[in-house]
Design a protein around this ligand. Structure first.
Ligand SMILES: *Cc1c(COP(=O)(O)O)cnc(C)c1O
Length: 439
């Protein structure tokens, strides 16, 4: 067990030293000065540690070629794919843009999985040409299109079929994806999964390697993965009995929750992987089917707690008798998660981190939207004022990757921090970048 620094906040890479906020082994104030704000910071050591937690637990408790596949949609740029590859994870990609990014980072695409509920013919061609190892196929139109395009190219494409096990993971509706009526995948309960699977087995130029499901995101219930494994293995058994089909790969998707605020639990990835691994092994024995190789697709839990965003306060508006606002130089363009999901965040004043927090403000951005809120009801020091540096913690997932240019606001840079080193992984967008596509 590692020793816990008693001055750390939320995660052990965030500490307060002499009243200033530090990230990894660096002063956030010096980083803000060096690179400007708004600024995304990513702790490279933490990303690697999170990768290893998955890899080591899968090796130890499952074996049989089990792998973690990083869901790039959580945070996608070249340096991330280099790190993921060095740590021995596969990549879960949802668009040609993500495939292109991974390719430029020399990511071995035979270990990539192409997701998504509506891949165009162009996407399918691009991904086959790029050598993407597996398609995670969502529907029958896609099975037909892959078979046809792979046929024209004279290749056989490996696929997994995305199924919906009919599980409600008790998370936000916006991120629940495994229910029977989901936009994603084919339902087991209605018999349609069997239809598409048996149909796929008859199609040329496609090799059905196994089955995939992903029940949702921000999942804290430890039994969610066990329950979906149970239903998926039942389906594997049915396919084996009726069609003699042996499932090579069982992919249970991603979705482990992370802690954004102190009140949320810390979940042990290791314990969760042990539990699901033991369950799958005993269930396969019980059902008399071969043990498939396991895939998990973590996104958020690899990068979320490796991230922090720094902003500079511009105005503090006090509406006497009503409420207060602290406005910063970023907003929903770099972090749309409160606007989208009312996500909770921990906010600190980086240059006044030890001052008592007595002034309640909504932390808001500078977009022309009243909904441009990073977090409501944040407690700040009474003295908060223009020029102060504000840090929002745990922004490594679904912040940079969801950032937009709304109001023609340039996206912040991403700086990798690793112990005492720091380097620019994504530079700040310039005004000319914003007009680069305008003719
Ligand atoms: C979003 C997604 C993931 C990753 O989910 P996290 O909550 O970020 O771990 C994995 N697989 C699929 C298919 C997804 O859509």
């Amino acid at each position: 067990m590692e020793t816990v620094n008693k001055d750390c906040v939320l995660t052990d890479n965030v500490t307060i030293r002499d009243g200033e906020l530090w990230f990894s082994e660096q002063s956030t104030l010096l980083l803000a000065k060096k690179y400007g704000t708004p600024l995304y910071l990513m702790d490279e050591g933490r990303i690697r540690r999170n990768c290893r937690e998955y890899k080591e637990a899968l090796d130890e408790f499952y074996g049989n070629g089990a792998e973690a596949i990083y869901a790039g949609k959580a945070c996608c740029f070249k340096a991330i794919y280099r790190i993921i590859n060095e740590e021995g994870l596969g990549a879960d990609l949802v668009s040609c843009g993500e495939i292109h990014t991974a390719k430029l980072a020399q990511f071995p695409l035979e270990n990539a999985y192409f997701q998504g509920n509506n891949k165009t013919d162009w996407d399918i061609e691009y991904a086959i040409d790029a050598g993407v190892g597996y398609f995670v196929c969502d529907n029958v139109e896609e099975v037909d299109a892959i078979s046809e395009i792979a046929g024209k190219k004279g290749v056989t494409q490996k696929i997994l079929l995305r199924l919906t096990p009919g599980i409600d993971p008790h998370t936000y509706d916006e991120v629940a994806t495994g229910k029977v009526d989901s936009k994603f995948g084919t339902a087991i309960e209605t018999g349609q999964a069997e239809e598409i699977a048996s149909y796929t087995l008859t199609k040329p130029n496609i090799k059905l390697s196994g089955f995939h499901c992903h029940v949702g995101s921000m999942v804290f219930d430890s039994d969610t993965f066990v329950r979906s494994a149970e239903i998926m293995l039942g389906f594997c058994k049915l396919m084996n009995e009726k069609y003699g089909y042996v499932t090579e790969i069982l992919d249970l998707g991603g979705g482990y929750g992370v802690r954004y605020v102190e009140s949320q639990p810390v979940i042990s990835i290791r314990d969760n992987i042990r539990e699901v691994s033991e369950f799958i092994k005993s269930e396969c024995e019980k059902l008399g089917i071969a043990l498939p190789s396991l895939r998990l697709e973590p996104g958020r839990s690899i990068v979320a707690d490796a991230g922090m965003t720094l902003y500079t306060v511009g105005t503090v508006k006090k509406i006497t008798g009503y409420k207060n606002y602290a406005s910063i130089d970023g907003g929903m363009t770099d972090n749309p998660r409160y606007a989208l999901y009312h996500s909770a965040y921990t906010v600190l004043t980086a240059n006044k981190a030890s001052e008592e927090n007595t002034l309640k403000c909504d932390l808001v951005g500078r977009c022309c939207e009243s909904g441009d809120i990073i977090q409501p009801d944040v407690m700040f020091p009474e003295s908060i004022t223009r020029g102060d540096t504000v840090a929002v913690l745990t922004t490594g997932a679904y912040n940079y990757s969801m950032a937009s240019n709304y109001n023609r606001i340039a996206r912040p840079p991403v700086v990798m921090v690793d112990g005492k080193n720091d380097y620019l992984a994504v530079r700040r967008e310039s005004l000319d970048d914003l007009t680069a596509c305008d003719l």
